[in-house]
Design a binder for this molecule. Structure first.
Ligand SMILES: C[S@@+](CC[C@H](N)C(=O)[O-])C[C@H]1O[C@@H](n2cnc3c(N)ncnc32)[C@H](O)[C@@H]1O
Length: 211
């Protein structure tokens, strides 16, 4: 899906791939508590460091996939996987709206500060639901906006790529999760509201199981 927003995302994150700035908005990986032998994915895997930690945790009987669209991030993550000599991990170039997993393939999906960028979040949550096995879980750190983001920003590719203008309200977020089949949501962390770009937003880390 080549859209102007995805082009802006590719440019922004490819430029950030060699930087060391933190791009996360919560502790999804730590809260995920991956176990030996699990098959896992990280949506918006960036430089690949969470994928590497997942791979080390699940061991040789498990596997960790990273998914990202930005060329620079994908290359950086693949180099990191090679540098740490990780054999049970790989990075797949894919959009979140059509995940490269078989139905019911995964025990665990994590994501950190990525889903807010996606143009069709309903499709993303449905894909997360499809990709998890029954009893599997997602643990996602992301942001939501306190008020609906004004259209002038929502439709601005640069503002969406900057990780704020694509965000939806808490209410809309919960509706999307429910529409995808996740009704047992746990809120693990939730920040106080803070300013980001031209909006006020909240960071949270959430978990739900596929029943
Ligand atoms: C804010 S960074 C977070 C990276 C990483 N999760 C971390 O915590 O360091 C967002 C990442 O998601 C990727 N991304 C953004 N929108 C995406 C989309 N629609 N499909 C796949 N990846 C996307 C970007 O390329 C970038 O690597």
């Amino acid at each position: 899906m080549l859209t102007t927003t995805n082009t802006a995302i590719n440019i922004r994150y490819s430029n950030l791939a060699e930087e060391s700035c933190c791009l996360s908005c919560g502790g999804a990986l730590n809260h995920a508590k991956a176990a030996q032998g699990e098959i896992c994915g990280d949506l918006g895997s960036g430089r690949g460091l969470d994928v590497i930690r997942l791979a080390q945790t699940v061991g040789s009987g498990g596997y960790a996939y990273g998914v990202d669209i930005s060329e620079g991030m994908i290359q950086k993550a693949r180099r990191n996987i090679e540098k740490f000599d990780i054999k049970n991990a790989s990075i797949i170039q894919s959009h979140l709206e059509k995940l490269p997993f078989k139905t019911g393939e995964l025990d665990l999906l994590i994501s950190n500060c990525t889903i807010n960028h996606a143009a069709d979040k309903n499709a993303v949550w449905k894909e997360i639901h499809r990709s998890l096995k029954t009893g599997g879980r997602f643990v996602v750190s992301d942001i939501y906006s306190l008020e609906p983001v004004p259209e002038e920003y929502r439709t601005d590719p640069e503002a969406v790529a900057e990780c704020w203008a694509g965000s939806v309200t808490r209410e809309e977020y919960l509706e999307q999760l429910s529409a995808a089949g996740f009704d047992n949501l746990e809120v693990i962390e939730e920040s106080s509201p803070y300013d980001k770009g031209k909006i006020q937003c909240v960071s949270w880390t959430i978990r739900a199981y596929k029943s």
